[in-house]
Design a protein. Structure first.
Length: 258
């Protein structure tokens, strides 16, 4: 792949990301294959000098992975300016794909000092808090739908905004097979889900992200969030108003769509 052209398109996408703009779609050769999309994502993220809040897992639905003929999800960086407190308002545009409901974790910064692989046994000692989260997903490009996992990966993981709900101290809460739902009473829209749709379960998704951070030698000097993927798929936003997400035994989260 021509590095000069890659850099040119990365600069366009970064400018759109930083200035809340929508650009023409990138050529498919940069987005169709996940390997090429990863190159573009990493290059774009290297150009962003803003504070990082954490990372997101994306493409965590196993049926979706099978449909797109991919072996695993991917992760992307989440920046502080895109992470909002509970009940905050989010403005959307016509290229917003939808809304998601997730489990997120606050992870200790000393995870980055770990010299061995993260496992089901040692992962829990690094978790500080657990919370429900709403994610608004969409492109910085004039495009719709998902033809490949690379579509999402190449555009900053298609993350637009995150709203973190009520936080709880992590006490080894079970996140397997928990019922979830997201709804907008005003327009009578309700979608039900389950935490077991998230790459086996949210804790396994967290483990996936942390192992990838180790592999890529990513380090932060502060505690950070990991957003583990949608329990309800990508839910179309059918109207404005308040969307509320509920995850059984974990908590609630609200955002106002305008």
């Amino acid at each position: 792949m021509n590095s000069k052209n890659l850099n040119k398109y990365a600069n366009r996408l970064v400018h759109a990301f930083l200035n809340n703009k929508i650009i023409s779609p990138l050529p498919a050769r940069y987005t169709k294959k996940i390997s090429e999309a990863q190159k573009l994502r990493r290059l774009c993220e290297s150009k962003i000098k803003m504070p990082i809040s954490g990372f997101k897992a994306a493409g965590t639905g196993i049926p979706v992975l099978r449909k797109l003929k991919e072996k695993e999800p991917f992760y992307a960086t989440v920046y502080k300016h895109n992470v909002l407190k509970n009940k905050k308002t989010i403005k959307i545009n016509k290229f917003t794909m939808g809304i998601e409901l997730e489990v997120c974790y606050l992870v200790k910064k000393n995870f980055f000092d770990l010299k061995k692989k993260i496992t089901k046994k040692n992962i829990k000692k690094f978790i500080i808090q657990i919370a429900p989260c709403i994610e608004i997903v969409g492109y910085r490009q004039k495009k719709r739908g998902i033809k490949s996992l690379g579509d999402l990966c190449s555009d900053f993981g298609a993350n637009v905004k995150f709203v973190i709900g009520s936080k709880k101290k992590f006490k080894n809460q079970n996140v397997k097979n928990l019922k979830t739902k997201i709804f907008n009473k005003k327009i009578n829209q309700t979608v039900f889900g389950n935490t077991n749709t998230v790459y086996i379960d949210p804790l396994n998704s967290l483990r996936f992200v942390l192992n990838k951070l180790q592999k890529d030698k990513i380090k932060l000097n502060k505690n950070f969030y990991v957003f583990t993927g949608s329990t309800v798929g990508v839910v179309p936003i059918l109207g404005k108003g308040i969307y509320k997400g509920e995850i059984n035994k974990i908590g609630n989260v609200l955002t106002k769509i305008s």
